[in-house]
Design a protein around this ligand. Structure first.
Ligand SMILES: Nc1ncnc2c1ncn2[C@@H]1O[C@H](COP(=O)(O)OP(=O)(O)OP(=O)(O)O)[C@@H](O)[C@H]1O
Ligand SMILES: [Mg+2]
Length: 334
């Protein structure tokens, strides 16, 4: 394995359930050492794709290669080199933090000193030192997620698959979880490559852990090094956040803080439908309105006038860098 070889390569991956296509012709590459996000709404095919990458489910067609191996034929060989935190991750709630880590470590075949060392590292990484004896059920959702992540990487996998690790967690804990992921892929927490640990030839050249993470929170897209956005089984955006923004946006975004945001959206959508304003999108973001138009520099004045004529003051209107959320909404409507 060399550094150039991708951690994961999905080639025309397709999964059908009867005549329903859950994943359709999905292609992507995950580079070693990156945090790759797999974003999509509920039921878009994220978990199905992960299951195929783990060798838990056979693709209907196409193939997936993880760490240089075709998963289809090598699921058991690849297993020790990957970690998996499933969507409804399964910690034992009646066990303590330490008992859970011991359980998972033993399940991965860790023993004695290595098990103890890895557990100690895991506790430090998750910030759970001093809570070893807390019952898992008494931890908050955010802490349980950190514990589940530590359990999934106890055996020092090279690639870790996290299926919606932040679902249902408050924004502060979500942020903390992402910080933990950055630590995981950063050199400060670089874990020895599997082959080195096993006394084999040193491979990989020391890239950090590779993280494949799914989420339905669009704001988390900005945290990924690169990402794919999947909708109804198909990838509709792929690349780094900057690449996706520059490649996909059908115009520029005007951000307005109107005196009445809901009324502003109604007025602008009506103007869009009647054809009096050549704009592409109007979206409400709390008290702000985002308008997308192909030639915003020329449209801004007309948009402001339209609002003014409807008795709405358009304060702080300015062209902004689109967020990925803007881009996805724009792409999903295309
Ligand atoms: N074993 C199965 N048999 C039939 N349909 C399935 C099966 N597994 C998944 N599906 C369907 O395939 C689609 C994709 O499901 P999947 O679980 O991959 O989505 P997801 O993106 O992970 O969604 P969520 O965000 O809800 O977890 C859904 O419509 C789902 O109902
Ligand atoms: Mg899922």
């Amino acid at each position: 394995m060399n550094d150039q070889q991708p951690a994961i390569l999905a080639n025309s991956l397709t999964k059908r359930f009867g005549d329903f296509t859950a994943v359709e012709d999905v292609n992507f590459e995950v580079r070693r050492g990156e945090i790759f996000g797999f974003l999509g709404p509920n039921g878009s095919g994220k978990t199905t794709t992960i299951r195929m990458m783990l060798g838990l489910m056979k693709p209907t067609s196409g193939e997936v290669n993880v760490l240089g191996m075709d998963v289809n034929g090598n699921a058991t060989r690849i297993r020790p080199r990957i970690g998996y935190m499933s969507q409804r991750f399964s910690l034992y709630n009646d066990l303590t933090v330490l008992q859970n880590l011991n359980f998972y470590g033993a399940a991965y075949g860790l023993k004695n000193q290595e098990l103890q060392e890895n557990i100690r590292d895991a506790l430090v990484m998750a910030g759970l030192e001093g809570r070893e004896n807390a019952k898992t059920k008494d931890l908050s959702g955010g802490w349980r997620q950190r514990l589940a992540l530590s359990a999934a990487i106890l055996h020092r996998p090279e690639v870790v698959f996290l299926d919606e690790p932040t679902a249902g967690v408050d924004p502060v804990s979500r942020r903390a979880f992402w910080d933990l992921l950055y630590e995981l892929v950063s050199t400060s927490l670089r874990l020895p490559p599997f082959s080195e640990k096993m006394g084999g030839e040193k491979e990989g050249g020391g890239a950090g852990v590779t993280v494949f993470v799914t989420t339905h929170y669009m704001d988390e897209a900005e945290h990924c090094h690169r990402l794919a956005f999947i909708q109804r089984g198909k990838i509709i955006a792929y690349g780094s956040p900057a690449e996706i923004k520059s490649g996909m946006m059908r115009g520029q975004v005007l951000e307005i803080a109107p005196s009445d945001a809901v009324a502003a959206v109604r007025v602008l959508r009506a103007a869009q439908e009647s054809g009096s304003l050549p704009i592409e999108e109007v979206e409400l973001y709390g008290s702000l309105v985002h308008v997308v138009a192909p030639d915003m520099k020329r449209q801004q004045r007309a948009i402001e006038n339209t609002l003014r004529q409807a008795g709405i003051r358009a304060e702080h209107a300015g062209i902004i860098e689109p967020s990925l959320e803007d881009v996805f909404i724009s792409a999903m409507k295309a």
